[in-house]
Unconditional design. Structure first.
Length: 94
């Protein structure tokens, strides 16, 4: 039963998550940057629960872009270098 509750709450969180910039409360500066001219890559950082993943998903959807979700606490230098290489090799920016 506990597993069903966890899955149910996960679904609820996904249904309540904003899906457009207009639905996001706060984060005006971040939204302004993400709506501006495209950059090669973005790194969103901050405390848990601020909407980083939500903003990244909205950005990716509105720009038909890839998103790579990572937990900053669990990656190392080699992971960051691989992300940098992936961003640099993106044909959108060449």
């Amino acid at each position: 039963m506990a597993k069903a509750c966890v899955q149910k709450h996960q679904v609820c969180r996904q249904e309540l998550r904003p899906s457009t910039y207009e639905q996001v409360i706060g984060q005006e500066k971040a939204i302004e940057i993400l709506k501006g001219p495209l950059s090669r890559a973005y790194i969103l950082h901050g405390n848990k629960g601020l909407g980083k993943t939500t903003l990244a998903r909205i950005f990716a959807q509105s720009n038909n872009a890839d998103i790579l979700e990572i937990d900053g606490a669990s990656i190392g230098k080699s992971d960051i270098l691989a992300l940098k290489q992936r961003a640099e090799s993106n044909p959108m920016f060449n």
